[in-house]
Design a protein around this ligand. Structure first.
Ligand code: G1P
Length: 307
């Protein structure tokens, strides 16, 4: 049994990306030529997901528009025989009924956002994709959610994507406490004996950080329904998973690919540069620019003190 439903929470306020996200949803920020949310949607469908539940909020209407038809634009492109962009924008619209929208009315945390989808998910396992985390798997590997669904098919247990982070970075992530040292195994799966949300470095049980891809059993919803607050005074998904683990195993999955934190200004720039360089015609034009600018950047102080 594979997950057929995905939840994509898109209600966040994007405070780390102001002023860009003052009026625009942070999920519409563009990496090369696609908004972040589109990467998440394409990744979900590529994994065999059949319906996506967006947990959205006030001011996020643009997201639904992005996945709908645009008759005026399409007619204009048709009249000018611009077949490629026409095809591109029409293929953005999934079959009717495959996208479902519900709202998180208050920003009470990721766990609360997921709980808002409880009546829509159904009885089976479901996926969660956080669009801030863009994972590039390149042509060599399947997209990360497909990697996870393939593992899930034989494992049949909840799992989260994990990666190693620097010791001083543990307070930015959910951290997995492994049952056995991952180095002792060749498997990409690491069974958890604990999960902690954003521990200080000296309290972190490991450096294995959760990134925004999950496959969970629906039992998580009754645990999220307890509405216990955790780190940052928010209802945390990680805390509910730690409770779920008392009755159901949870595994970390060391995925193949590079994760970019696109909720962070630097991570976002890295994603843009890295993905642009994957496109031959862009690389041809960007590489000489980067080469000539590099010595300038290395020797001249930055001209602005804004972060
Ligand atoms: C959320 C989760 C955290 C996870 C992170 C991955 O945190 O709560 O466990 O490690 O996403 O990006 P946020 O970044 O929303 O604070």
């Amino acid at each position: 049994m594979r997950p057929r439903t995905a939840v994509i929470p898109v209600a966040g306020l994007g405070t780390r990306f102001l002023p860009a996200t003052k009026a625009m949803p942070k999920e519409m920020l563009t990496v090369v030529d696609k908004p972040l949310v589109q990467y998440a949607v394409e990744e979900a469908f590529a994994a065999g997901i059949e319906r996506i539940i967006f947990v959205t909020g006030r001011g996020k209407e643009m997201l639904a528009d992005h996945f709908d038809y645009t008759p005026e634009l399409e007619e204009s492109l048709r009249n000018r025989n611009r077949q490629d962009p026409l095809q591109q924008i029409r293929s953005l619209v999934p079959s009717a009924g495959c996208l479902i929208y519900t709202r998180q009315n208050e920003p009470l945390g990721l766990g609360h956002a997921i709980w808002c989808a409880r009546h829509l998910v159904g009885d089976g396992p479901f996926a969660i994709l956080l669009p801030d985390d863009l994972v590039w798997s390149g042509p060599q590997h399947p997209p990360v959610m497909k990697q996870m669904c393939d593992q899930y098919e034989s494992l049949q247990h909840s799992m989260v994507a994990i990666m190693n982070v620097e010791a001083q970075e543990t307070n930015k992530y959910g951290i997995l406490d492994p049952l056995t040292a991952p180095e002792s195994s060749t498997s990409p799966l690491v069974q958890a004996k604990g999960l902690v949300e954003k521990p200080a470095p000296h309290l972190a049980p490991s450096r294995l950080a959760i990134i925004g891809r999950y496959i969970l059993r629906p039992e998580i919803f009754s645990l999220l329904g307890k509405k216990q607050t955790g780190a940052g005074g928010e209802i945390q998904l990680t805390d509910a998973m730690a409770m779920l683990m008392q009755n159901h195993p949870i595994y970390g999955f060391l995925f193949q690919g590079t994760r970019y934190d696109c909720g962070d200004k630097v991570g976002f720039q890295m994603a843009n540069l890295a993905l642009a360089m994957e496109q031959p015609e862009m690389r041809t034009r960007l590489l000489p620019f980067l080469n000539t600018q590099l010595s300038h950047w290395q020797t001249q102080p930055a001209s602005s003190t804004n972060s």
